[in-house]
Design a binder for this molecule. Structure first.
Ligand SMILES: NC(=O)c1ccc[n+]([C@@H]2O[C@H](COP(=O)([O-])OP(=O)(O)OC[C@H]3O[C@@H](n4cnc5c(N)ncnc54)[C@H](O)[C@@H]3O)[C@@H](O)[C@H]2O)c1
Length: 402
């Protein structure tokens, strides 16, 4: 696994470039700029307006100007850069991360770490082969409150956990019916699509709405589901499922969205069951919050939301509760420490791939309408006829490799 880079010591400065700075990427540019001995030297985006946002985020913290570039490959060619932070849309996550690793960079890739199951496997293989640290933006893995709650589960506070329920509820609006048109002058749409096979530009696709199209996104399951399923898998200490079943669809709006807005997916493991319930149009979740995981063991229940954990005994009596806050900073420093000192980050790509794979399997079960039997050693389909769903086609010259 990754060992400390020969050239980086604890006090050395690390230099990062951020790819995709419209929303999350600007938050990451700011957050990494706040880390000790880290410089965000480049912000990369194919939207010229977003570059200004990324530069402003860095300047707000450091007072200095980052270099803005349209093509992130310029940053990969720059030997002074140690890290690529990937916050472009999902179809870019694994391809850009792999190019970065092959160019000798460490990678912080936003969730989900891949667009298809095969991309996750290839990204993991790249990180191992090139000995680069690769972590995913599943920041709860490093947040002290979440870490403490999961340690409670692992030390037996609720006994043998056999069931976990993850939920997400939000009131999202419709995205309308887009018109095919030429892309605006501020956007390099060919490079926005990058590794994807070409599809015409529509005026309601960029930004964010790509999440709800299979060609570029992974739906709510691959958006907020991956966060919750990662916490559930971490708590339950399970890797790959034996069976995945999905129910739901796109019920709320008659618009261009393709992915499910009402979705229940279940993942069976050896005598353990995990369920994800996603509602993208109704904000009332469980426990007064739109996001959480309930772990049920044979000695009690632990409810974990982003502000507290609560432990109940088998008579539903509250026996322990602790409030906490949510911060991304510990996740950034965990990644940076691994670059400097070696070791695996809390959301190492080997774990990130397994959690992301659950989302892919849930979406494949949904799209095929099949109950998927899977190999518990690697998550692959037992039924070979489904193998076409493991990967996808790429634009010529962009096929990912190890
Ligand atoms: N960890 C978290 O809590 C968290 C929160 C929000 C978003 N995210 C993830 O971050 C990613 C970005 O989300 P967002 O809401 O900012 O999306 P967005 O669509 O608003 O922004 C994506 C940006 O990437 C840019 N981009 C596309 N192709 C590019 C390329 N080739 N080079 C450089 N930039 C390119 C786009 O122009 C855009 O500015 C998503 O994958 C999302 O899942 C994670």
């Amino acid at each position: 696994m990754a060992s400390a880079s020969e050239s980086v010591s604890a006090n050395d400065q690390l230099v990062a470039a951020v790819m995709g700075v419209n929303g999350r990427g600007s938050a990451l540019a700011k957050g990494f700029s706040q880390q000790k001995n880290v410089v965000v030297s480049h912000v990369c985006d194919v939207d010229s307006r977003a570059i200004a946002k990324g530069k402003a985020a860095v300047k707000q913290v450091t007072g200095k100007e980052a270099v803005g570039v349209a093509d992130f490959r310029n940053a990969l060619d720059d030997k002074s850069i140690d890290i690529l932070i990937v916050a472009a849309p999902n179809h870019w996550h694994a391809p850009a991360s792999m190019l970065a690793i092959q160019a000798g960079k460490h990678v912080y890739v936003e969730k989900p770490c891949s667009h298809t199951p095969r991309e996750g496997e290839l990204l993991l293989a790249n990180s191992i082969k090139h000995k680069k640290v690769c972590t995913m933006g599943s920041q709860r893995r490093s947040n002290p409150g979440h870490v403490k709650a999961i340690e409670k589960i692992h030390s037996g506070a609720i006994g043998n956990v056999m069931f976990a329920k993850c939920w997400y509820a939000n009131r999202r609006g419709a995205i309308g019916t887009g018109k095919e048109t030429t892309a605006p002058s501020w956007l390099d749409y060919k490079m926005w699509q990058g590794p994807c096979t070409d599809k015409p530009f529509k005026d309601n696709l960029v930004h964010y709405n790509w999440h709800w199209h299979w060609h570029w996104g992974n739906g709510e399951l691959g958006n907020n589901g991956v966060h919750a399923l990662d916490v559930a898998r971490w708590g339950m200490q399970v890797d790959y499922p034996t069976r995945v079943v999905s129910a739901g669809g796109r019920y709320r709006f008659d618009d261009d969205q393709e992915t499910a807005d009402t979705h229940v997916t279940s993942f069976e493991f050896e005598k353990k069951l995990m369920v994800w319930e996603g509602l993208s149009w109704s904000p009332k979740g469980n426990e007064q919050t739109g996001f959480g995981v309930a772990f049920h063991g044979d000695k009690g229940t632990l409810i974990l939301v982003d502000s507290k954990y609560s432990i109940y005994d088998m008579r539903n009596k509250l026996v322990e509760e602790e409030a906490f806050s949510m911060s991304d900073a510990p996740h950034f420093s965990d990644f940076l420490n691994c670059i400097r000192e070696g070791g695996k980050p809390n959301a190492d790509i080997s774990e990130a791939h397994k959690s992301t794979l659950l989302c892919h399997l849930g979406n494949i079960a949904h799209r095929t309408g099949q109950s998927l039997k899977t190999d518990p050693t690697n998550g692959h389909f037992k039924d070979d006829s489904l193998s076409t769903h493991w990967s996808k086609d790429y634009r010529k010259g962009w096929e990912p490799t190890v």
